[in-house]
Design a protein around this ligand. Sequence first.
Ligand code: BES
Ligand code: ZN
Ligand code: ZN
Length: 473
Amino acid sequence: MTNVVLKEEVPQKRTVYFFTKEEAAKKGMGKLFEGKYLESRVLCSGQGEDFCVYVGVGEDSLDLNGVKNICAKAVKEAGIYTEEICFSLAELGEKAGGAWEDSELVGAAAEGIYLAGHQPASYKSEKKKEKNHSVILCGMEPSEENNKKLARKKALAQGICFARDAVGKPSNLLRPEEFAREVEALFEGLPVEIEIYDASKLAKMGMEALLTVGKGSKFPPCLMVIRYLPVKGGEVTALVGKGVTVDTGGYCVKPAGSMAGIKGDMAGAAGVAGAVYALAKAGGRRNTVAVLPMCENRISPDAMLPGDIISSYGGKTIEILNTDAEGRLILADGVAYAVEKEGAARVLDIATLTGAAAITFGKCMAPVLADDDGFYGEFAQAAERSGEHYVRIPFFKEHEKMIESSLADVKNVGGDTCGSITAGLFIRAFAKGKPWIHLDIAGTAEADKTPVQEYERAGGTGAGAATMFELCF
Ligand code: BES
Ligand code: ZN
Ligand code: ZN
């Protein structure tokens, strides 16, 4: 992991300098460097190793995600030439035009830098080791507050990198129970209580929806619960994450061309694990319980079939009309359990749930459904601090009607339109009226070869973890 330190003085000579478009124009470098947002140029003195990097800030004021991106870019560019990088974060803050506290700037910069330095797990027989960099953020007092923020973001980045690597892990190396054990190992030594319910326990508990999805595989499902409860008697927020370690679609099998990312269908659970890890490590002050249903969705003589009617945790009945809409089934059990057994006062679920969300909203923002303005307000503020982009989608009674079944209480598909909304509302039906937020990260959970953020790499992104962390800290 990259090493980041703060330093109050700003030395004359730095490795990276920032320019707005206006300043770049004054420098008269023409097309060589215009100061556009995220533009970069390496300059060399011609005297051996003496070099520096210019990075553009653009002309508009930025949000914290912009700061994260610029810092990531600066470190990646300069990092090609040197292991020790130094720039003035105070100067970047001024040029980016935000009225941020120093600690907010430090937090965003650190997050961008740590994440940009993530070295994805490699399965090549010969491993390439990338350099480990050291970054000095100048113009920032190494005060207790700033250093605390740095430590918090380091914990968060570690959690996010765990989630990224889990998403990248092939399903033959990450069966549901192995996934649970890896998450358990991540939490070693931290003040949490962990429970892993195996299939026989799930049967006793009546987790029929999770068992139904999982029974198509010889690798059994499980439910992992992680309790981080720093406040005795305080309200509990439940984070429920979809942990489908592989989603073939079941009998409604996916076409071959849609199978590329099926090993990453546990990104929701991985993101929750990463967020709660960071909370426990950095001393978050709110009670948070992670509920992570884990399973494979496969075809076998035992697998669920379209038309099947099942029960679920708490007794609501479900008509299964599409076996590829499996995420909402396991989340139904997870959400009902979180409210009933963990006493959650409010519930957030997160999942790579619908292809429709990915197509509509793309890779830089995710749709959110929420039924409580207070809870959503807190979430939106958390997203402002994390820099992640979300867009709240409204829903109406007409949408709820779409998942009514003539045979059972609900059905697991809503028809051909607005699939992301009906998918979310299916899960809401199990939240027993508690304030509920639903994040569909089908688009944002994985980056392709040209990631939309400078601090991402191809593969898992850890989407959602940063905002859940800020929400529950
Ligand atoms: N895991 C998928 C959704 C998905 C698709 C995530 C593409 C990431 C990228 C989910 O289980 C699924 O298959 N959903 C179906 C639902 C449909 C059958 C109602 C979908 O979106 O097509
Ligand atoms: Zn599916
Ligand atoms: Zn799925």
